[in-house]
Design a protein around this ligand. Structure first.
Ligand code: ZN
Ligand code: ZN
Length: 258
């Protein structure tokens, strides 16, 4: 349902990287501003299908935010780049990306497919209006402020791959979108307390990967935190009864927050 003059946050999918389609897609979102402009929050390998399911064409994407460099968050960028490059009228979506991952995004993920056009060499800026975000800083889109939230996802002593969630206002309520993160209340608790709506990474597979927050760990959070927490980025299969456990619930594909 579209509410005039409101912001709409839509989950194209709410599954993990292992999602194989059918009943869910990878965890990518679309934020629609009151003007109708759309910000795609992560663009995974199956984004072309999940967007199509919601009736959103590539040309309707005004901007993209990249949280980190796993394929379920960036694997669709080549498709988006070519789709908008060769669409008529030609347009370059804005690309909001933290400046500590922009180089790797191009050099290690996108350049192989996008680095050479029929007309000659191409760069990230050939396809996108790149807006680097200072590490841990924020950006403005459609007059609204988006604060990036540094999270601990992959890496350790010897390697670290940056990852950032988002904090932003949605029609007067503060949203914390963790994107992919380990269970780190020591880092995120003050943000949990401040947020009105928490959208949290939740791993439901019996064998944990060690790089996502596990359901069993999230269960240990105080009741007032669980009571405003929605869970997403979960594995296919049977889910626990999150509402009975004091959470708001698991986010289903296509769910919209207004
Ligand atoms: Zn992911
Ligand atoms: Zn990830």
């Amino acid at each position: 349902m579209l509410v005039p003059s409101a912001w709409h946050l839509l989950f194209l999918g709410s599954g993990s990287a292992f999602t194989e389609g059918g009943d869910n897609w990878q965890s990518n979102l679309v934020l629609r501003a009151p003007s109708g402009a759309r910000l795609l929050i992560d663009c995974g390998g199956d984004a072309r299908f999940s967007l199509a399911e919601q009736g959103v064409e590539a040309g309707a994407i005004d901007a993209v935010y990249v949280s980190h460099l796993h394929s379920d968050h960036i694997g669709g960028l080549e498709w988006l780049a070519f789709s908008t490059r060769f669409a008529l009228p030609h347009r370059r979506p804005r690309l909001f990306v933290s400046d500590d991952m922009a180089g790797a995004l191009w050099e290690h993920a996108l350049k192989a497919g996008l680095g050479c056009l029929g007309s000659g060499p191409a760069r990230l800026e050939t396809y996108f209006d790149v807006v680097p975000i200072p590490a841990g800083g924020g950006f403005v889109w459609e007059g609204a402020m988006f604060e990036t939230v540094p999270v601990l996802h992959v890496g350790g002593e010897t390697c670290r791959s940056p990852a950032y969630g988002l904090s932003f206002d949605l029609n007067g309520r503060q949203v914390l979108l963790t994107t992919d993160t380990r269970f780190t209340p020591e880092i995120l608790m003050h943000r949990y307390r401040r947020a009105d709506i928490i959208l949290h990474d939740c791993e439901t597979a019996p064998m944990g990967s060690g790089v996502h927050a596990r359901y069993a760990d999230l269960l240990g959070l105080p009741a007032e935190i669980r009571g405003k927490m929605w869970l997403y980025h979960y594995q296919p299969g049977t889910l626990p009864d999150a509402r009975a456990d004091g959470f708001r619930g698991f986010v289903a594909k296509g769910r919209q927050f207004v």
